[in-house]
Design a protein around this ligand. Structure first.
Ligand code: KG4
Ligand code: ZN
Length: 332
């Protein structure tokens, strides 16, 4: 399966066998083009996809030692994401599927993050499992009953976890994208140095919120005490609050229902402290946990090809009429 992913600012293509074995996965990141604006500029992202996609697909084929002729199908991210970015990948995939007379699969980007846990693993997570999906655009808890039956149990009311990392990193004067930089800084800090607020949802809700935390860090940094505070301590204390909030929701979901495993996915899953907390909780609670390697946690096309491999006919699309959908609903 040839996978194509252009929902945000990474231009990616991959070749995956059986929804699992990655023969190649190429992702070019556009950070250098967006860094000076401190965030992703949608128009620039679409233009870079136009410039890069053909070469990225060729590269993926070459690295896999594959030719177009041996591809069984083409999987593309239909949404959610930036409309201009999605259109580039969808148009390319439609043209290829039509010209090569191969089946076309239209994948939900978030389902892709779920199937990242199936890549290059002898044993994928057993159904039903819970996914903590934390990226720059999304933060949610997903109950996965089968490849095609998934339900969102809770989502963020405001910022996504990665967005909170990036905005807080900016307050600390770190370069964009700040998540990985903040992660590194926090490793030298004391997570108990400052007590930042942990959001608690009302009643039974498993929803998340990070804007209060981000604002509280901002007020602190603007205060007298904040001006003298050590940046690593602030980073570590912010990170501790994010992780507490995320892990509290995972625990609450497990208290409510039975799952055979827990998966951590999305760009923020690359965070070292979150990974450590997730694994420690798995050991302590006896739950089998899965954390894909960072290259499959951040946006990539292998996870899109994997999703199509497992969802099959449920995501089959018509190469003449498929449209990108920036607000694609989560459930199939
Ligand atoms: O999944 P992803 O590549 O793109 C989206 O679909 O959003 O996630 C990117 C996000 C960014 O916000 C980035 O700062 C964050 O993931 N991120 C991290 C780390 N690595 C990436 N956040 C915290 N710690 C990290 N090590
Ligand atoms: Zn993503």
């Amino acid at each position: 399966m040839l996978g194509i992913e252009t929902s945000c600012d990474d231009t990616a293509a991959a070749i995956v066998r059986d929804g699992r074995s990655v023969l190649s996965s190429v992702a070019t990141n556009q950070d250098a083009f967006h860094a000076k604006y401190g965030g992703i500029v949608p128009e620039i992202a679409s233009r870079r996809h136009v410039a890069l996609l053909s070469a990225v697909v060729e590269d993926a084929l070459e690295r896999a030692g594959a030719a177009y002729a041996v591809i069984d199908g083409i999987a593309v991210t239909r949404g959610p994401g930036l409309i201009g970015s999605l259109v580039v990948g969808v148009a390319a995939a439609k043209a290829m599927a039509f010209a090569l007379r191969k089946p076309l699969y239209a994948v939900n980007h978030l389902h892709g993050h779920v199937f990242a846990a199936f890549l290059d693993r002898a044993e994928p997570p057993p159904f039903p499992f819970l996914v903590l999906l934390v990226s720059g655009g999304h933060s949610q808890l997903v109950a996965v009953e089968s490849a095609t039956t998934m339900r969102i149990l809770g989502r963020t009311h405001d910022d996504a976890a990665g967005e909170a990392y990036d905005k807080t990193a900016r307050l600390l004067g770190l370069p964009y994208p700040g998540g990985p930089e903040l992660d590194r800084l926090a490793q030298r800090g004391d997570p108990r140095a400052h007590e930042f607020p942990r959001h608690r949802p009302a009643g039974e809700s498993l929803d998340l919120s990070f804007s209060g935390l981000k604002t509280s860090v901002r007020y602190f940094l603007e205060s007298e005490a904040g001006r003298d505070a050590s940046a690593p301590d602030v980073a570590a204390s912010f990170q501790a609050a994010v992780i507490d909030v995320l892990m509290a929701r995972v625990e609450a979901a497990f208290e409510r229902d039975r799952y055979n495993a827990a998966v951590l996915s999305g760009g923020v899953a690359a965070n070292s402290a979150l990974q450590a907390a997730f694994r420690a909780w798995g050991e302590h609670s006896g739950v089998q946990v899965f954390v894909p390697p960072p290259k499959y946690c951040t946006d990539n096309a292998a996870m899109i090809a994997a999703a199509a491999g497992h969802q099959g006919d449920a995501v089959l699309a018509d190469p003449l009429t498929l449209t990108a959908d920036p607000n694609l609903p989560f459930e199939l």
